[in-house]
Design a protein. Structure first.
Length: 204
């Protein structure tokens, strides 16, 4: 039986340093929330759950069809509230997925190939995260076994950081050759948008 991996996108923040919610920011002509949800699906995650908060009424129409939307109560608290809301939503699915691949909306350097590489490690008891040049980053992959423990420690803007810091069994999956884990805090942090590939084909 194959392992089921859900994509959990945290996109509830108000983006104070950016000046607006990063879910609404466009990159390469596409809103970051739409791009990140699409990349989770393209990388093999099913279902995809998107957690919204700040200006959710504007972000919701940007979420791709087929993704599930959850609005985090108390999203102003920080990432912890979003993570709890997302994990609770996944635990309530029937059947619940075996693992959750937790992605952040402000990581435009993470593509579907990063998602697929990390998702290949999925199992009900997995604890893994992407690394870039050996430095731990996001996304993070958590088996279903750990969801309640993670949710219980997710407070403020730390998300799963405290829970992960206390473990010596976190598997690092190197992804620096295929992506970048740098987050976008200000407009100046946005990388150059991807360029369309030129079509060199000739008509016969």
């Amino acid at each position: 039986m194959s392992t089921s991996t859900a994509g959990l996108l945290l996109a509830a923040g108000e983006g104070r340093r950016f000046g607006r919610p990063k879910a609404l920011v466009r990159f390469g002509g596409e809103p970051l929330v739409s791009r990140a949800a699409r990349i989770l699906a393209d990388g093999g995650c099913d279902p995809v759950v998107v957690v919204l908060g700040a200006r959710a009424e504007q972000a919701r129409p940007l979420v791709p069809d087929g993704a599930l939307v959850v609005e985090a109560v108390g999203w102003e608290e920080g990432m912890g509230a979003s993570l709890r809301a997302g994990l609770d939503a996944l635990a309530g699915l029937a059947p619940a997925p075996d693992a959750a691949l937790i992605h952040l909306v402000d990581l435009p350097g993470v593509g579907a190939d990063v998602i697929a590489r990390l998702g290949a490690c999925a199992a009900p008891d997995v604890v893994a995260r992407a690394a870039y040049g050996g430095v731990p980053g996001h996304p993070v992959l958590l088996g279903r076994r750990w969801w309640s423990a993670v949710a219980a420690t997710a407070e403020g803007d730390r998300g799963a950081r405290r829970w992960l810091a206390g473990r010596d069994d976190v598997r690092l999956v190197e992804c620096g050759d295929i992506g970048a884990g740098t987050d976008v805090d200000t407009p100046a942090d946005l990388p150059d948008p991807p360029r369309p590939r030129p079509n060199h084909g000739r008509r016969s």
